[in-house]
Design a protein around this ligand. Structure first.
Ligand code: COA
Length: 363
């Protein structure tokens, strides 16, 4: 193991899991036995939830309806300017004994209600007959979504549903390992996902594309960012040394949308910026293999679907919620209290300092 001060726990196996596996050298993501390329785009979000939760089938419609009934009791939660702050506050108010179904339904209802509130609009009641992706889009936009858009969002939700021992999943498992409840576990996970090094990157990817404006300016813009010590959002990964397979899944989903007549305003620019960023980062970190991660094409896909960039991280939470819930169940079933050590580097008491008498007599 690396020295604790530098490691970020990389290389440390924190749990055994049958849920997903990330092979960073080969660029492979396996979710409960299937490659992500096989699942995303061919199975609906509900089907993959059922696989992860080990139940015959999942219907999130009643859970969305249940969650909508709680909107009026969320207080100021949805008034946060940041969508992840709003989700964290709203989910934290759910009863602590609810199950995976309810919390997964709730996060979509709360995210959509937050997005509408930002525009001064009323929340839209869920339609339990629709698929989760279709109803999520409807609750955000206020209109029934066309099938290619629904399929694209479904592909996205499945692509991000689970991903090994990422920071937010680890957070959820740490909380679950204390025998705390599901709502506490996923509330903590939302907090971990919010950060720009994890799930906070896709909005800034779009900001970057806007700042670059045209492919010809990409290299100069990126070099300036690197020179200023800033990270290029949507590039690099703790585990992958090659392109994140989810980047390809999502890029393909954008191409599918284009074939269905939905034009992406940013796909061509994104591809040019990705090429330039790969080159700039390879020059600066020749041994590292910093390539596009999931967030790069998340930004392009969700933008093409017509969703606002402020909702990108909450949408990530909506997909990943299913994985968090599965990990909480697995941790409860198979895990122990997660309690690592630390290396103390603070001052030690001088050996000549005597203990106060009451503490030196065996109490
Ligand atoms: N842009 C610029 N530099 C980057 C970079 C990026 N996207 N990703 C890594 N680096 C740099 C690091 O700063 C580090 O440089 P240093 O040695 O000079 O400090 C070096 O490359 C090695 O970093 P690495 O060990 O690969 O990073 P990590 O494993 O700690 O971090 C990420 C992984 C994902 C946090 C990191 O790649 C990153 O910040 N990416 C941008 C944010 C992002 O897209 N997040 C979503 C992740 S799915």
């Amino acid at each position: 193991m690396k020295e604790a001060k530098a490691s970020g726990l990389e290389g440390v196996v924190a749990a055994q899991t049958a849920l997903s596996h990330v092979d960073g050298e080969r660029g492979e993501l396996i979710i409960a036995g299937a490659q992500v390329e096989k699942l995303a785009g061919s199975q609906r979000f509900e089907q993959v939830c059922a696989t992860l939760w080990r139940v015959p089938e999942v219907d999130l419609g009643p859970a969305r309806v249940w969650a909508a009934g709680r909107l009026s009791s969320l207080g100021q939660a949805l008034e946060h300017a940041n969508g992840m702050d709003a989700l964290r506050a709203a989910v934290a108010q759910l009863p602590s004994d609810i199950d995976a179904l309810k919390v997964t339904g709730a996060v979509a209802v709360f995210g959509a209600a937050w997005a509408r509130r930002r525009q001064g609009l009323q929340a839209i009641a869920p339609d339990a007959r629709l698929t989760h992706a279709a109803d999520t889009l409807r609750m955000v936009t206020g209109a029934a979504a066309e099938q290619p858009l629904v399929d694209a969002l479904d592909t996205y939700l499945v692509a991000v549903i689970d991903h090994g021992m990422n920071a937010s999943t680890f957070t959820a498992r740490v909380i679950a390992s204390t025998q705390s409840d599901l709502v506490s576990s996923v509330t903590g996970a939302i907090g971990a996902l919010k950060g720009p090094l994890h799930g906070g990157a896709p909005g800034p990817v779009l900001d970057m594309l806007d700042a670059v404006e045209v492919p010809e300016q990409a290299t100069a813009w990126l070099e300036k960012e690197i020179a200023a010590g800033r990270r290029i959002m949507g590039m690099g990964h703790r585990i992958y040394r090659v392109r994140d397979p989810r980047a390809s899944v999502l890029e393909t989903a954008v191409e599918r949308l284009e074939r269905a007549g939905v034009t992406s305003r940013r796909l061509a620019l994104a591809r040019a910026v990705e090429r330039a960023a790969t080159q700039v980062l390879a020059k600066r970190y020749p041994d590292r293999g910093l390539q596009a991660n999931v967030e790069f094409y998340t930004a392009v896909l969700l933008d093409t679907v017509g969703l606002p960039r402020e909702l990108f991280s909450p949408l990530f939470a909506m997909g990943r919620m299913a994985g968090w819930c599965a990990h909480v169940a697995e941790q409860r079933a198979t895990g122990r209290l997660i309690r690592p050590d630390s290396e103390y580097v603070g001052p030690m008491p001088a050996s000549s300092d005597p203990l106060p008498p009451s503490q030196g007599e065996g109490h």
